[in-house]
Design a protein around this ligand. Structure first.
Ligand code: UN1
Length: 498
């Protein structure tokens, strides 16, 4: 298949970048196939996109929200029609197995239907005033121009999580997608184009983070930044947004753990661990990267986990029999490989995997064997740092309270899970696990779009995406007092006879 040509989308038009330097995305399963070329945009392109978004904002904010929602309805419908095509493109561009790619697009569709529904809600509050013949209420107001900076691991779902609530709230937007998945972002913006948004409401600028992303952060006309990526980059994004007075929503790293207690349904816990650790090749911020196992079941659990892991099939995601696709890039594979050295230096033991696969058919792609590390303690870097690959650390505990403390012992707090049949432990875990998301008898991955998504500690800055929480990111409260008494009424005066 010839490479696709990705263009920027600015003010309703598909445009090349002003300086015509190109880069390309390649299929990580074989590296020889160029999937798409895309422009390496510069500040000149960013300026035009921001200008377009700024100019479109005054009229878009006044479009009634139920009417704005109709555009989202159309996004949902068109994305549904194009689901298979976009899923196939996603598998070619970022490697995830086709069933997961369909799931990624479906998450975008679900998101579009959900926020289309919000167009007829966007509820505020009414509340009594402390004064006579006075009324008080709150209304959600849009914020302005939103820069949405998104990663490659959910190349349709995450841009949808950000753009759809932003748009239904009445903001205009510029998407800066990851450089590894420009074709997926272009396909999504094509869908928005087909949905007929007025020019300038939706914009897309391709390029790399240190240039396009950075220019958006520094641009005085950008009002809000929503960023998903590493905690390291997130800290820099937060710093710049602090200095330039932008609202900022940060969704950052995770070091998620699944606890398996001695009373757990082991078969269920095993299935959950396999899916949580190795689904999407471990490249989810919600991935299970630590398994906290009660000592009574650890030996049996480990043996069965090894058996099941050995059966996982690596390969091209286009093959429906593939369980594990490649990592996104050679850089990512080098990073994962480096952690193998670190793990061994620190005294952990590689029970399986730890290498590139031997199979010559997989030589060209960025595959990495599913890896289980044993004897991991909380002091080790592999127990503390986000690896973003198919690597899971086994950690042993003697008690429930030790399991909770160990799960909490990282700088991150996105997702968490406990397998237990004991209802008291389940409720205690819900309360005490330091994470934005806790699963009881389910794996750490698989959050749904109508519920808040995000984490505590270094996973973010307190915001949540998805659900109604995203409306709190993309709108601000206006408090309105209506005095119909016909006279000056003074609050904050200690006079009950006013
Ligand atoms: C991510 O990896 O950044 O909860 C998002 C999940 C998916 C989203 C993951 N719905 O695993």
């Amino acid at each position: 298949m010839p490479p696709l040509t990705c263009l920027n989308y600015i003010n309703g038009q598909w445009l090349p970048a002003k300086v015509r330097e190109l880069s390309e995305s390649r299929n990580p399963a074989n590296w020889s196939e160029v999937v798409a070329t895309f422009p390496l945009s510069t500040s000149a392109d960013v300026n035009v996109a921001v200008e377009a978004a700024k100019n479109a904002y005054p009229s878009w904010r006044l479009v009634p929200a139920p009417e704005r929602a109709e555009y989202l309805q159309r996004v949902a419908q068109i994305l549904s029609q194009r689901k298979e095509e976009i899923a196939t493109l996603m598998t070619r561009e970022m490697g995830k197995p086709i069933a997961e790619a369909r799931g990624d697009v479906q998450e975008g569709i679900d998101c579009a239907f959900y926020y289309a529904g919000e167009g007829r809600r966007l509820f505020g509050q009414t509340t009594p005033s402390e004064l006579h013949n006075k009324f008080a209420m709150t209304m959600r107001m849009p914020i302005g121009v939103c820069a949405l900076i998104t990663p490659w691991n959910f190349p349709v779902a995450i841009p949808c999580w950000k753009s759809l609530p932003a748009l239904v709230c009445g903001n205009t937007m510029i998407l800066k997608p990851a450089k590894d998945t420009p074709a997926c972002a272009t396909a999504l913006i094509e869908v928005f184009h087909q949905a007929g948004f007025p020019p300038g409401v939706v914009n897309l600028v391709h390029g790399i983070g240190p240039e396009v992303g950075h220019d958006l952060l520094e641009h005085p006309e950008v009002d809000l930044v929503s960023f998903t990526g590493s905690s390291l980059v997130g800290a820099q994004v937060g710093e710049i947004c602090g200095r330039t007075h932008k609202r900022v929503c940060l969704e950052l790293g995770g070091k998620n753990a699944q606890i398996v207690m001695e009373d757990a349904n082991l078969e269920l816990a095993l299935e959950g661990a396999l899916w949580g650790a190795f689904g999407t090749t471990g490249q989810r911020c919600t991935a299970t990267s630590r398994l906290i196992l009660h000592r009574d079941i650890k030996a049996e659990f480990t043996e069965k986990l090894l058996e099941k892991t050995a059966k996982l099939r690596l390969g091209s995601g286009l093959d429906p029999n593939t369980d594990i696709g490649p990592l996104i890039s050679s850089t990512q594979r080098e990073k994962v490989n480096k952690y193998m050295e670190i793990a061994q230096e620190e005294g952990a033991k590689i029970l399986c995997g730890g290498n590139k696969p031997q199979d010559p058919a997989l030589k060209q792609g960025f595959f990495f064997e599913p890896t289980i590390l044993d004897g991991v303690t909380s002091q080790m870097r592999v127990a503390q740092e986000e690896i973003f690959g198919p690597v899971v650390c086994l950690m042993e505990v003697n008690s429930f309270s030790e399991a909770i403390a160990l799960l909490n012992d990282t700088p991150y707090g996105l997702s968490s899970s406990i397998y237990t049949q004991d209802i008291n432990r389940a409720f205690q875990a819900m309360r005490d696990l330091e994470a934005g998301i806790t699963y009881i008898n389910g794996p750490t991955i698989g959050a749904e779009v109508h519920l808040p998504f995000g984490g505590v500690k270094q996973t973010g800055n307190g915001h949540r995406e998805a659900g109604t929480s995203a409306l709190d990111v993309f709108s601000e409260w206006k408090t309105v007092y209506v005095d119909f008494s016909g006279r000056l009424q003074r609050a904050q005066i200690d006079n009950r006879n006013r």
